[in-house]
Design a protein around this ligand. Structure first.
Ligand SMILES: NC(=O)c1ccc[n+]([C@@H]2O[C@H](COP(=O)([O-])OP(=O)(O)OC[C@H]3O[C@@H](n4cnc5c(N)ncnc54)[C@H](OP(=O)(O)O)[C@@H]3O)[C@@H](O)[C@H]2O)c1
Length: 300
């Protein structure tokens, strides 16, 4: 049986190729540097060289405040010679609590420069607009991103939680391509398949970075998940000799837009075992069965 699961490395513009599973740091709020080193080494050993963070991480999920996760990551990078060069470093700016969003030129520049200081690095590989600021003209966002790139502070640009129209509006003012969009996408969040986000990614050669591919853990624990979907994922897990989480990750990787799934576990064993998703075989009938079980209605 040929598999739809795409296990190849993804190409992100001028950046080094990245593994199909990435490691996200939203929950990376333990400030013990050795713990952080261990988690990042485990992710890298498991083929997850894209490391996704944001300036706002630390503001919630047990953190101490805005900027905390970037600070911890900066300390881990400073304490681990060579680590910075082994990762593709992605961060985000533009969420400014309690405003809540600000991508105005002055703010976005200061946010990016603050991220560089906290991360203790000279350059951010992938700088993403975390959420669209509906009160900044995309031409102004583009001018700021262009200047930051010319100054060598960022290498490539992505967006997150942007509608296809918002991506197009920003792209219309940028002289270089937006290389990623980061939507929530999983077996319990199929909106990007339906609202044009993944279609635009395929049309414009934008790589989707799927956040919360396990539904924030619910697909692993089963909490709040439709019984039919759980039963299906469990039966596929038995057939494939993996666990339910790996089937859920494989489902994300099976979309033809070749998403990168950003996992967020703080447990080294779970990070390691996620890589088994790459060996899962899912065919067209399997993925359509997951879609129908998730939506609770048969496709016409
Ligand atoms: N752009 C955005 O707006 C946005 C929003 C949210 C997230 N993100 C990105 O996406 C990344 C991943 O998000 P996420 O952390 O929600 O992803 P996720 O991988 O869907 O969920 C991770 C959570 O699932 C739990 N989990 C995993 N396997 C489990 C198991 N077998 N049993 C019980 N619990 C299990 C983890 O707990 P343990 O730690 O105990 O394993 C962790 O709390 C973030 O770090 C961030 O980079 C972006």
């Amino acid at each position: 049986m040929s598999s739809l699961v795409q296990s190849h490395k993804r190409s992100l513009g001028s950046l080094p190729p990245v593994g199909p599973i990435a490691y996200g740091l939203w929950r990376f709020t333990d400030d013990d540097i050795e713990v952080g080193q261990g988690l990042l080494e485990t992710a890298l050993e498991s083929g997850m060289n894209l490391i996704d963070t944001a300036d706002v991480y630390g503001f919630d999920w047990g953190g101490t405040g805005f900027g905390q996760v970037e600070e911890i990551l900066g300390q881990v990078l400073a304490a681990t010679p060579g680590l910075r060069d082994r990762i593709v470093l992605a961060t985000k700016g533009g969420i400014a609590p309690p405003t809540p969003y600000d991508s105005s030129p002055k703010y976005l520049r200061s946010a990016c420069e603050a991220s560089l200081r906290r991360l203790q690095t000279d350059v951010i590989d992938l700088y993403q607009i975390h959420r669209p600021d509906m009160y900044t003209h995309p031409a102004d966002v583009a001018i700021t991103l262009h200047a930051l790139r010319v100054e060598g502070k960022i290498r490539e640009v992505g967006v997150s939680n942007h509608t296809p129209a918002q991506v197009a509006a920003l792209q219309a003012h940028l002289e270089f391509p937006i290389i990623t969009n980061q939507p929530e996408f999983s077996a319990v969040e199929l909106t990007p398949m339906r609202d044009g986000t993944l279609d635009q990614c395929m049309a414009e050669r934008v790589t989707p970075l799927a956040w919360s591919p396990l539904g924030g853990g619910r697909l692993a624990t089963g909490e709040g998940i439709a019984p039919d979907l759980l039963a299906l994922l469990d039966s596929l897990a038995v057939r494939e000799g993996v666990d339910r989480s790996q089937i859920a990750l494989a489902f994300v990787l099976a979309h033809p837009s070749a998403p990168v799934a950003i996992i967020g576990s703080q447990n080294p064993d779970r990070i390691r075992s996620s890589a088994a998703a790459l060996g899962v075989t899912l065919d067209r009938a399997d993925v359509y069965a997951i879609v129908q079980a998730s939506e609770g209605v048969p496709l016409p």
